[in-house]
Unconditional design. Structure first.
Length: 381
């Protein structure tokens, strides 16, 4: 065969687009772990530094309002203000304890940020100086949260701090607007410019970082996850599996006679076969499922909230589409698939892959290619 792979539009529709009723049409039952929140997940040491910084700032606030001569809170009594600081200390300590046990928690990031904004607003409201130096803490809140946790929280912190600052200053100067000095106006403008500039700069940095991370996790030929991307995503999914007592299926797919295609038709044809197989996987799986190329002609699929029976149906549809595509281009190619269910066959990706890999090669030994076999079930389906 001299012209193996160019196809017409009609052929593409027939072999690359999932038909009605196939798995892609099913609703997603779980969000992809990397979609939606636009958040970074800093490590525990970085989060610990942030919590210790919060303790430092609340200690400075207590010292300022209680031990600075001639300083009295403007809107609250000293007892009320100290009570607010004590409540903040308790909330911060509770969140600190939670973070030490569960490092990744977008909800905790957001709660901690809004508590920071609230205590800063209370401090500014009670600051007796005409140009309150405590206003600068709003900048720390925006930068401290936004630069750690990504652009969505940066944007939320920026809006929240601007709103809190405007509310507090309106309350402070509602009865006597003549006390608003040029220095206060300049301080607010200067702080606002710094934050907006930091937001723009951070957006560009975050965009570049995201692109680099994506490139390091994506297989350039197929557009699927590579080994690194698979391992990172699997850590999240298996951690979620243990917490939610859910289930998932890992499938190991190996293209049969792929070396023969490379040797007979050349590596360009082999690359096109890999691309088309990746296209079949994307068309068959849900958005919440994972497809990755481990290397060569080996692919790993993770199917969320799925049992082995359902996974067998998915495997059969993949095999059928591969057979149709191979026949349309007169290629001798099929796919052998081994599959295993967590937690039945393992609680980690490594354990499950070991079981599934044995099932796959047992299927190859028994049938020579094109089989489907479950882990620990040594009878072909």
């Amino acid at each position: 065969m001299t012209e193996p792979l160019p196809r017409t539009t009609t052929q593409r529709r027939a072999h690359d687009i999932p038909r009605a009723g196939e798995r892609r049409s099913h609703p997603d039952r779980r969000a992809h772990p990397h979609d939606g929140f636009q958040a970074r997940a800093p490590g525990w040491p970085e989060q610990m530094i942030q919590f210790l910084t919060r303790y430092l700032f609340v200690a400075l606030g207590i010292l300022f309002f209680n031990f600075t001569q001639g300083i009295d809170p403007v809107w609250m009594t000293r007892l009320q203000l100290n009570t607010a600081y004590a409540v903040y200390f308790v909330i911060n300590s509770t969140l600190f304890w939670h973070a030490s046990r569960q490092h990744i928690s977008p909800r905790r990031y957001r709660i901690a940020m809004w508590v920071d904004i609230a205590i800063t607003a209370i401090s500014v409201l009670n600051d007796p100086y005409a140009i309150p130096p405590s206003l600068l803490v709003f900048i720390m809140v925006v930068l401290g949260n936004g630069m750690r946790y990504g652009m969505r929280l940066f944007r939320e912190a920026l809006i929240g701090c601007f709103a809190a600052a405007m509310l507090v200053l309106s309350l402070r100067y509602a009865s006597d607007s003549t006390s608003i000095s040029p220095g206060l106006v300049f301080l607010n403008l200067f702080g606002g410019i710094i934050l907006v500039y930091a937001y723009i700069l951070m957006g560009r940095i975050e965009h570049s970082r995201t692109q680099l991370e994506q490139r390091s996790r994506i297989d350039t030929l197929t557009g699927l996850l590579n080994r690194r991307g698979l391992l990172e995503t699997a850590d999240y999914l298996f951690g979620q599996l243990q917490r939610d007592r859910d289930r998932l299926v890992v499938m190991f797919a190996d293209l049969d006679k792929f070396k023969l295609i490379n040797d007979t038709h050349g590596h360009a044809t082999g690359d096109e076969v890999l691309k088309r197989f990746a296209r079949i996987l994307r068309g068959t799986l849900r958005n919440s499922d994972i497809a990755a190329r481990m290397g060569g002609d080996e692919f790993v699929l993770i199917l969320n909230d799925t049992d082995a029976e359902q996974a067998e149906g998915v495997a059969q549809r993949i095999q059928q589409q591969v057979a149709e595509c191979a026949a349309a281009h007169r290629l001798e190619c099929s796919v052998t698939i081994g599959l295993g269910e967590a937690p039945t066959h393992g609680n980690t990706l490594a354990d499950l892959l070991a079981q599934v890999d044995r099932a796959l090669y047992h299927a190859k030994a028994r049938q020579g290619g094109g089989g489907i076999m479950r882990a620990c079930k040594m009878s072909p389906l």
